[in-house]
Design a protein around this ligand. Structure first.
Ligand code: F6R
Length: 260
């Protein structure tokens, strides 16, 4: 794992956008795995800026979103579909048929999930999977005790996750109980992963993910098995890392050709 510690959430978002841009410029038909939530908002803003000012081209890019709530329509203002169009897709030149978001209203959920997995394989697999992390260590909506080999499926949300996400809904009661999410096994098949986190609330989950044992209780810890994962965090999220100085030194002393 490569650990990059930046002063604030702003720098985290900018560096994440640069990583995405680097991949798209090398491979215009890159396949991206995308998260929602508060953490990637700066990254999406910066990618939109790069599209407008630096002609970053999304016309051949294919995307797969990590997750979606079950039972709410794509037009619902709290759906992840709505989030993605509002915060990103509507402002870049991505083609609608290249966008894949789990359908929280699929009639046959197991069939939909199998088809979603098939589409990822058909697209040539995910080049860069971008991830946020929950305070309980979830990635996507793979809550603690999720199988580390899991595939796209329905998951029941933990009470804490519903509570954390209630800020996007009119009330806690309206936060769905279930989600569709890529599995940890699905995420692990991405060619590269980028886990982003900012704020003190994430410090414990980050320390367990990077320095703790690999365990289904901390789903993100599975990334220790991934051959190419970058953990990009701000100072506050790095607050509980025991080997922080080593990570900073490694980043500062990178050879020029490895820099972003
Ligand atoms: C959302 C997702 C979740 C979030 C996580 C952190 O698509 O996959 O795992 O990344 O819950 O959310 P924020 O960034 O809002 O703290």
């Amino acid at each position: 794992m490569e650990i990059i510690i930046q002063p604030s959430a702003q720098e985290v978002g900018i560096i994440a956008a640069r990583m995405v841009a680097q991949i798209i410029r090398k491979k215009p038909y890159a396949v991206l795995g995308l998260p929602t939530g508060s953490t990637p908002l700066v990254m999406y803003k910066e990618l939109i800026r790069m599209h407008r000012e630096e002609k970053l081209d999304f016309s051949e890019v294919i995307t797969f979103n990590l997750d979606e709530y079950v039972g709410i329509s794509p037009e619902h203002p709290c759906s992840y579909n709505y989030y993605m169009y509002t915060n990103f897709f509507s402002s870049v030149n991505i083609k609608p048929h290249n966008i894949n978001i789990p359908d929280g209203r699929a009639r046959d959920i197991p069939k939909f999930c199998t088809e979603f997995e098939r589409r990822i394989v058909e697209a040539g697999r995910i080049d860069l999977q971008i991830l946020g992390i929950g305070a309980d260590g979830h990635i996507g909506f793979n809550e603690p005790t999720s199988s580390l080999a899991s595939r796209t499926r329905i998951k029941t949300l933990m009470p804490q996750t519903r509570q954390d996400n209630a800020r996007f809904f009119p009330s806690l009661d309206e936060v769905p109980q279930h989600s569709l999410t890529m599995g940890i096994g699905t995420i692990m098949e991405a060619k590269q992963c980028l886990l982003m986190a900012a704020g003190e609330k994430k410090a414990e989950a980050i320390a367990k993910t990077v320095e703790g044992p690999i365990t289904a209780i901390v789903p993100a810890s599975a990334l220790q098995f991934h051959q190419h994962t970058t953990v990009l965090i701000d100072e506050a999220a790095a607050g509980k890392l025991a080997r922080r100085e080593y990570y900073t030194k490694t980043f500062d002393e990178k050879p020029d050709w490895q820099h972003l």
